[in-house]
Ligand binder design. Structure first.
Ligand SMILES: [Ca+2]
Ligand SMILES: [Ca+2]
Length: 236
């Protein structure tokens, strides 16, 4: 440490500043917005290898395959082909939103899952092989299916009464407030179920976009844009 730096530090300490205040003075940083926003993907591209996270938690996604970066709801969106397109986000503590949670995104289905198998496809999911904390799915009838604690004793399913139309943008929001899970479609409450807790599936968990829970192969066909995850309840 240079002598003048030590002198300034000494003056600051004698002046009554705390260590944090000194740190902030020495290393000013850009203002950080909402600390409960743990993921924010704008899907604007242009990279087709990584998906940057605009939250402060740097949950960068690894694009395994997408069909393209195309005009979206806001700027661009990612186009998922329904066959093998997926983005994988490595696990991080910020994704472990077990107390309260919101998943919010815009989706434009380009086709609906066929009746039978798979009866629904994954828009976004957090979990690991054969165990999931939450998943947002599109059903064969256009409904939104929120699945919580998959393969755990406390599994909860919520299905929206509203249906998504092929070729149209829809705003989909799922919330968990510590007591119940709710699904909103285009800003309107569309399904609700009691849910006392979310079960963290462990360190092997990761976030997947465009497919159902890791270990399965039910791929979403359509566009996804403006996906946000909060560690708080944010109603649309
Ligand atoms: Ca966008
Ligand atoms: Ca593909």
């Amino acid at each position: 440490m240079k002598r003048w730096t030590a002198l300034i530090l000494l003056v600051l300490i004698l002046g009554g500043l705390t260590g944090c205040e000194i740190f902030d003075w020495l290393f000013p940083e850009v203002p950080v917005s909402d600390s409960t926003l743990v993921v924010y993907y704008d899907f604007d591209g242009p990279s087709i290898t990584t998906l940057p996270d605009n939250s402060q938690y740097m949950n960068t996604g690894n694009i395994q395959e997408i069909s393209g970066v195309v005009p979206g709801k806001v700027g661009n969106a990612f186009s998922f082909d329904g066959m093998n397109d997926v983005v994988i986000v490595p696990n991080s503590p910020s994704l472990q939103t077990t107390m309260r949670m919101t998943v919010d995104c815009w989706v434009k289905p380009l086709s609906l899952p066929a009746a039978g198998k798979p009866a629904s496809t994954g828009i976004a999911a957090y979990g690991r092989d054969q165990q999931g904390m939450w998943e947002l799915r599109l059903m064969g009838d256009g409904g939104i299916y929120l699945l919580l604690n998959w393969n755990a004793a406390s599994m909860v399913e919520v299905v929206s009464s509203a249906k998504l139309a092929v070729g149209s943008w829809h705003h989909v929001t799922a919330t968990f407030d510590g007591a119940s899970a709710k699904v909103y479609v285009d800003g309107v409450l569309s399904g609700e179920g009691a849910c006392p807790q979310l079960v963290y599936p462990g360190a092997e968990s990761f976030l997947a976009l465009g497919v159902d829970f890791p270990g399965s192969d039910e791929y979403f066909h359509g566009l996804i844009d403006e996906l946000r995850i909060y560690s708080e309840v944010v109603t649309p």
